[in-house]
Design a protein around this ligand. Structure first.
Ligand code: MN
Length: 235
């Protein structure tokens, strides 16, 4: 049996649950079986969902509510989804309780940090004007943009190799105060945190979108393969 990977799905326009097709394809290509986890599930259903899957993929999406880390939203933060926040926080905690691995991308990386007590820059351009652009306005989603350093001796380096690589970048928020029990595993030269992981690497978040690059740049597929391998080893 191939590992079953739950991917969170948000409610779109009050009528359908959706997740990005590139996440689904990336899981399939890496040897996993994807299943969508709709954010309507309450705590009981959420626990059962986590119990059923072998790993959780938390995709990119809208901004998380800054109230979750004790701040009021800046004007630049306008698109939020309270149901998705609540569901993903519940999922993250249940998956951690049950020892199931989590791969988190973009918004996913940010909500992981919030779930374990960290904070975010709500808007990089206004809060850190000295940082380079981290949002590639009109570029194709697979287009490489900025250099990211992968830190040695991390789970991310074990998957992708250490050193520098060029990634895409479609975010205006980033990890500010790192959650306790986590370490930085990737950074850009302007100091923005581009990857975080827990001590055993079972929870790994990246700020860029490897699912959009892996077809053109197969190196990024290794991130999904490492995650699926880990999920396959779970009891
Ligand atoms: Mn970036």
């Amino acid at each position: 049996m191939k590992p079953l990977i739950g991917i969170t799905a948000c409610l779109e326009e009050e009528k359908s649950y959706k997740t990005g097709s590139s996440y689904v394809k990336a899981v399939l290509r890496a040897g996993g079986v994807p299943v969508l986890l709709p954010c309507a599930a309450g705590p009981e259903a959420c626990k059962q969902l986590v119990n059923t899957v072998d790993g959780i993929l938390i995709p990119g999406g809208v901004d998380s509510a800054p109230q979750l880390f004790g701040e009021e939203p800046l004007p630049q933060v306008s698109c939020m989804d309270g149901d998705l926040d609540r569901f993903e926080l519940e999922l993250i905690h249940r998956a951690t309780d049950m020892g199931k691995p989590i791969l988190a991308i973009c918004r996913g990386c940010q909500i992981i940090n919030i779930a374990f007590g960290g904070t975010l820059y709500q808007d990089i351009p206004s809060q850190l004007p000295e940082a380079q652009g981290h949002y590639q306005q009109t570029a194709s989603r697979s287009e490489p943009y900025h250099m990211v350093s992968i830190l040695p001796k991390t789970a991310l380096a074990a998957a992708l190799g250490e050193g520098e690589l060029v990634t895409n970048s479609f975010h205006h928020q980033a990890v500010k105060r790192l959650a306790e029990g986590f370490r930085v595993c990737a950074r850009t030269r302007d100091g923005i945190i581009e990857g975080i992981e827990n001590s055993d690497g079972s929870i790994l978040g990246v700020q860029w979108h490897p699912e959009c690059m892996e077809e053109r740049f197969p190196r990024f597929q290794r991130l999904f393969c490492a995650f699926i391998e880990r999920a396959a080893k779970r009891p």
